[in-house]
Design a protein around this ligand. Structure first.
Ligand code: NAD
Length: 470
């Protein structure tokens, strides 16, 4: 496993020093990843800069190569998915989904029609708005979806004509390196450079003079550092940050019908999804019943090593996250919450935590107010819809939300009152698609990814005017 190298200028960069990569199912080091030096980062930026000169000039070629990349990702899924399981922890079936989603994003951007924006075309003159690529862009990604979230950046950035230097999380560097090795066979040298290293490498990237944009996905705290650092030379930023996403269950919802959707909205990927349900507000008339159905599902779900075919929920990715989740559950229990399911880690050396449902708690308890990013769902009872909406909005975060009801129109009217980038009705994360804008309000982010909006975020407008059509 130690033979994965950084991809700089289309070739394998020599490894001078390395850092440990841990398998979250065992808590043991299982591989080493290359630690990028400042000189290697300069080399990656210079390679991207050189490649930009020709890459941005041939859109047809870019679309063809994105399609080839989509096919290559699909063709190599079976080889690469187990590596993702070993460094990230997720079940193998979900690791495969990351690759199929990455292939979908590549195909979407290869095939996206970008209409011309002609504002004037008459006897008096001509005016058209063009989108110019930015040049070299940098991407920094987190550990929860290393492949699909990297592709939310790679596909639109390259389609728009930019070249890229991408740094994955130090917890999950290996699959992204393997992706880089695969794609270096397709893209010209220097178009996509993957560098790995610890967090200070992220700071070196945001402070580097070459990239004109930083596209960042990660925590709100780091996002603020990125924005501050980028401001010094006015780099553009897109920030996809943390969330504390509310679900509101109205009094007319049927607990048995909504249970599965609500449960997986909170517990998929062990709850390590920025847009997972992180707190659920349930009308007091059905709250006990909703707690019971969620607790029953939590008790039945199979947790374990993601490589086992029976596993539905894998471990938390790393010790820091495991410790945070443990602390938040202990704090809630200490503050009087009832542990309706789970409540503790599974014995063993890895980072497995039992799916946990908490009830009899309120806003003001840490697990309700903070982003737990783990397999823990606090269920909070409310009396009036106005109260539920106010409490859902009473957060620094505003990523996504969902409303559950037997009357979808009623639910949608409640949804429109929520201060979030997306709202799903009778589902959670229903809007996570290549074609729809994804981004957060308030502290959940700046800007959006995906769709034509995501493509536009990797460009700047240029107006051409003249006496006649160009
Ligand atoms: P993190 O902020 O710790 O790290 C994210 C990336 O930033 C990593 O690659 C890290 O090495 C790098 N980094 C760390 N310090 C840096 C610095 N000073 N400058 C530049 N880069 C730096 O986040 P994480 O723990 O990897 O991810 C979990 C968080 O990400 C959660 O809060 C989650 O909600 C959020 N997230 C958001 C989205 C979204 O689309 N909104 C998606 C996934 C995850």
């Amino acid at each position: 496993m130690t033979d994965l190298h950084m991809t700089i200028d289309g070739s394998r960069a020599p490894t001078t020093s390395t850092f440990d990569v841990i398998n979250p199912a065992t808590g043991q080091v299982f591989a080493q990843a290359p630690d990028c030096t400042p000189a290697q980062l300069d080399q990656a930026m210079a390679a991207a800069q050189a490649a930009y000169r020709t890459w941005h000039r041939d859109e047809k070629l870019r679309c063809e190569l994105l399609l080839m990349a989509s096919e290559a990702v699909l063709a190599h899924t079976e080889r690469l998915a187990p590596l993702l399981v070993r460094e990230q922890g997720k079940p193998l079936a979900n690791a495969r989904q990351e690759f199929s989603s990455a292939a979908t994003w590549l195909r979407y951007y290869a095939e996206l029609e970008v209409p011309r924006e002609i504002v004037q075309d008459d006897a008096a003159g001509y005016a058209e708005v063009f989108r110019r690529p930015l040049g070299v862009v940098a991407a920094i990604t987190p550990w929860n979806f290393p492949i699909s979230l990297a592709m939310w950046k790679i596909a639109p950035a390259l389609r728009a004509g930019n070249t890229m230097v991408l740094k994955p999380s130090p917890y999950t560097p290996l699959t992204t390196l393997a992706l880089g090795e695969l794609l270096q066979e397709i893209f010209p040298a220097g178009v996509l450079n993957i560098v790995t290293g610890l967090d200070p490498l992220g700071e070196m990237i945001t402070a580097h003079p070459t990239p004109r944009k930083i596209s960042f996905t990660g925590s709100t705290a780091t996002g603020k550092h990125v924005m501050r650092s980028a401001a010094s030379d006015l780099k553009r930023v897109t920030l996809e940050l943390g969330g504390n996403d509310p679900a509101i269950v109205l009094d007319d919802a049927d607990p048995a019908i909504i249970a599965e959707g609500l449960f997986w909205g909170a517990f998929a990927n062990s709850g390590q999804i920025c847009a997972a349900v992180k707190r659920v507000y349930v009308h007091e008339s059905i709250c006990a019943e909703v707690v019971d159905v969620l607790a029953e599902l939590a008790g039945k779900v199979r947790i374990g090593d993601g490589m086992l075919s029976t596993t539905q929920i894998g471990p938390l990715n790393n010790k820091a996250q495991f410790d945070l989740v443990t602390q938040l559950v202990e704090d809630a229990a200490h503050r009087g919450a009832r542990v309706a399911a789970g409540g503790a880690a599974l014995l063993g050396d890895g980072y497995l935590f039992r799916p946990t449902v908490l009830s009899d708690l309120d806003d003001g308890v840490r697990v309700v107010d903070e982003e737990q990013f783990g397999p823990v769902l606090p269920v909070v009872s409310y009396r009036t819809v106005d109260d539920a909406v106010e409490r859902a909005n009473n957060s620094r975060y505003g990523l996504t939300a969902s409303v559950w009801s037997s009357d979808p129109e009623r639910a949608a009217l409640v949804g429109l009152r929520l201060e979030t980038g997306q709202v799903s009705i009778n589902a959670h994360m229903g809007g996570v698609r290549a074609s729809l804008p994804f981004g957060g309000a308030k502290w959940s982010g700046v800007g959006v990814e995906n769709g034509p909006w995501g493509l536009a975020s990797f460009s700047e407008t240029q107006v051409i005017t003249g006496p006649s059509r160009i």
